[in-house]
Write a protein that binds this ligand. Structure first.
Ligand SMILES: C[S@@+](CC[C@H](N)C(=O)[O-])C[C@H]1O[C@@H](n2cnc3c(N)ncnc32)[C@H](O)[C@@H]1O
Length: 284
């Protein structure tokens, strides 16, 4: 049986990809960097991401990427290729083609994706298309929304004696895809982080309870984590549909688990959430 090193899976993507053997005169394509833009706040970008933005020729970016982050690439051509529920979006196959085309015209192409590119970001389709076209591709990780939300709440997703497992999941499915049995995975974990779920609160609440999650299990809604419009709404699985009325139209995560127990009783707002958590812990 082949090991990962036999098959080259442990080598960086860029070195696995030598340009197709089209002769010595062939022009080599540039490199496409799939870069995590983090949850929103520009200073949560990694140094590597900032350095790449400063030298990018072209930046193809998601809808959720903030103007302050794009401002870090003043020399680059900016191309929005965003997708947001219910709004005009660019088809994935067209984005793949744009990336390949860009690599044939530029040496440094940045594909900027919200949060971390490797989580609910359709990175694999882009990686596959680039590899098939012989375009070198590298991935730069970013801070995923779950981590920014946890920082905002001031509550760890794991907690000794309470939460040993954390699951990141989305109930969202693509066209023609079989609906995922997400609730079963949610019921099996101590803490659940639901992405792309804010507009389906009623289904989430009912799905969780049908899978055996107690109606009283605490829930935290976190909208626009790390951004000026950040909003935290404590609730429970049963009351989730009503609680979403307090949200605006920013991106939102639903965090479910006993780790949020003390917070549900606290009237917290975005500014004092971590302080409130610390005060609760200090009080024992
Ligand atoms: C297509 S997914 C991309 C997730 C991204 N790759 C990540 O690692 O965070 C977009 C979803 O992430 C969540 N999200 C992204 N940014 C957020 C933020 N600043 N605050 C809360 N949720 C956010 C929302 O659930 C949104 O619908």
């Amino acid at each position: 049986m082949n090991t990962p090193s036999d098959t080259g899976l442990l080598r960086p993507l860029a070195s696995r990809l030598s340009a197709p053997s089209t002769g010595n005169n062939a022009i080599k394509p540039g490199t496409v960097y799939l870069v995590g833009a983090g949850p929103g706040a520009a200073d949560l970008l990694t140094l590597r991401a900032a350095r790449l933005l400063a030298r990018a020729d072209i930046v193809l970016h998601d809808a959720l990427v903030q103007p302050e982050v794009l401002a870090m690439a003043p020399q680059a051509r900016l191309v929005p290729v965003g997708k947001r529920c219910g709004r005009l979006s660019t088809a994935q196959h067209f984005i793949n083609k744009q990336l390949v085309d860009a690599a044939h015209h530029h040496s440094c192409v940045v594909r900027l994706k919200g949060g971390d590119p490797m989580l609910f970001g359709r990175a694999q389709e882009e990686i596959s298309a680039l590899m098939a076209a012989g375009v070198p591709v590298e991935i730069v990780p970013g801070v995923s929304a779950a981590f920014a939300a946890s920082a905002a709440i001031g509550q760890s997703m794991s907690l000794r004696g309470v939460s040993r497992s954390v699951v990141f999941l989305t109930p969202a499915v693509g066209q023609g895809e079989t609906p995922h049995v997400w609730a079963r995975a949610a019921a099996a974990a101590d803490t659940v982080v639901l992405y792309m779920a804010g507009r389906q609160a009623k289904d989430i609440s009912e799905g969780l309870m049908a899978a055996g999650v107690p109606a009283s299990r605490p829930v935290m809604l976190v909208e626009s984590a790390s951004l000026p419009g950040q909003r935290l709404v404590p609730t429970s699985v049963a009351a989730l549909p009503q609680a979403t009325a307090a949200l605006g139209d920013g991106p939102c995560l639903i965090l479910v688990g006993e780790v949020y127990a003390g917070l549900v009783d606290l009237a917290i707002d975005a500014a004092d959430a971590p302080a409130a958590t610390l005060a609760r812990m200090a009080a024992g």
